[in-house]
Design a protein around this ligand. Structure first.
Ligand code: FAD
Length: 404
């Protein structure tokens, strides 16, 4: 048999391979990735790695010998260009073909490009890969002024690293608040205040219109408010788009280039699974697309089980984290559509939690510098009905007992 071919060698791709093996898949597994680096941890790229606290030797996802032990063949450095479904083969950009019985998409997402004049100037960067992070870390040396385009998690994490490195930073956010896609207003407001207190300039409701430069180097970002903000470093951090083009061409069911899967990672084709940032999960008539390690890992696990012939989806609570300055932010659940929130602890102390309820049911909890409470919160969100807003707001409530 030609076995399993997995496109994309990161969290979801590696987890699919590992879980397929764990659940008894015995055929060959080929993991194809376009990056030259062996699979590595992405979150530190905008956090500890930029701050110089995490070095490259700490980044690999697995020890070097792991893949051979698991009989997982790695093919790195060449992208897949197309899938020939009738011929059951993947065609790589160098023209080589790899036949498969089963195929997995784990192609993730890429930094959204914005069509700005001057985006090709030296000193204008984006951040998705280790290669990008090496360039950004080099560019930080000696950068005195930076403009970050996009007030999402990656933009804000890089902003905090730059501020701590002594750089003057302005963050431009097109919408009227930070983290508009990824966090509820109460947490976003706290984060914004924390950035301002550290001296970062936060500019909401404003977009970049042009990047100006001289001799091929960036000098300023011209904005919709008429201001030209000087910069020797610009980071475009305007979100991520799924790498779904190959799946779309191959005829898989997609929603805006994100491959539609069920809770077991199954696509609309029986031999194909997908997981991670390139996928979205069907939930009734809607789809949910998440960009997180938790989603890539849990989705990869589900898809791997499906490939091994043992489908089974564990119900999961989405969770995420972000490190900025001295703040460890941890988010459990999704606060979409909350109608009430309560704060546990005092925001002024920089250690607190926000509990979000919808129709009396806890749906999400954000914690700041309370890692233990985050773990309890994940359990509380997973089992509705365990806590009321009043109990959540009361610091005397024994969360561990309620979480069970
Ligand atoms: P990816 O990690 O994107 O991997 C997909 C891989 O497939 C990539 O190597 C890509 O190059 C490759 N690929 C794409 N197309 C092809 C092709 N045609 N052929 C071969 N290979 C291909 N999440 C958190 O939960 N917490 C965090 O703190 C956090 N911080 C982050 C910080 C940064 C800087 C970034 C960029 C992301 C962060 N995320 C964080 C998000 C998290 O990293 C992603 O959700 C996760 O990496 C998704 O895993 P994935 O395997 O689905 O996709």
């Amino acid at each position: 048999s030609d076995g399993l071919v997995i496109l994309g060698a990161s969290y979801a791709g590696v987890q699919i391979a590992v879980s397929a093996r764990e659940h008894g898949y015995g055929e060959p597994i080929l993991l194809i990735g376009d990056e030259a680096d062996a699979p590595y941890h992405r979150p530190p790229l905008s956090k500890g790695y930029l701050a110089g606290k995490v070095e490259e030797d700490a980044l690999p996802l697995r020890a070097p010998g792991f893949y051979a032990e698991q009989r997982i063949a790695l093919h790195l450095g060449t992208p897949a260009a197309a899938v020939d479904r009738r011929g059951r083969a993947v065609v790589l950009a160098d023209g080589s073909r790899h036949r498969f019985d089963r195929l997995a998409f784990a192609t993730g997402s890429r930094a959204r490009a914005i069509p700005l004049s001057g985006a090709d100037l030296g000193g204008v960067l984006s951040l998705r890969s280790l290669a990008d992070a090496r360039r950004l870390r080099a560019a930080m040396e000696g950068a005195a002024r930076a403009v970050i385009i996009g007030g999402g998690y990656i933009g804000l994490e890089v902003a905090s690293s730059l501020v701590l490195a002594g750089c003057r930073v302005a963050v431009l956010e097109a919408s009227d608040r930070l983290l508009s896609r990824a966090a509820a207003p109460p947490l976003a407001a706290f984060v914004e205040a924390a950035h301002r207190a550290r001296g970062a300039q936060i500019v909401t409701g404003v977009q970049a219109v042009r990047i100006a430069g001289q001799d091929g180097r960036v000098e300023a970002v011209e904005c919709t408010d008429g201001m030209s903000r000087p910069a020797d470093l610009v980071l475009i951090a305007a979100g991520a788009v799924p790498n779904g083009e190959i799946a779309v061409s191959a005829g898989l069911g997609c929603d805006q280039a994100a491959i539609i899967v069920d809770a077991c990672g199954r696509t609309n084709e029986p031999e194909v699974v997908a997981a991670g940032d390139c996928a979205c999960i069907r939930q009734g008539a809607a789809v949910l697309r998440l960009e997180s390690i938790q989603n890539a890992t849990d989705g990869g696990r589900a898809a791997g089980r499906t490939l091994a012939g043992r489908p089974g989806a564990a119900p999961v609570v989405p969770w995420f984290w972000s490190d900025q300055y001295d703040m460890k932010l941890q988010m459990a659940g999704l606060p979409t559509g909350y109608d009430r929130h309560v704060v546990r602890g005092r925001m002024e102390d920089g250690r607190f939690a926000i509990y979000y309820f919808r129709a009396g049911t806890l749906i999400a909890v954000d914690t700041v510098n309370r890692p233990g409470e985050h773990l309890q919160a994940r359990k509380l969100v997973a089992t509705p009905g365990r806590i009321t807003p009043e109990a959540a707001a009361d610091e005397g409530t024994d969360l561990r007992a309620l979480a069970g």
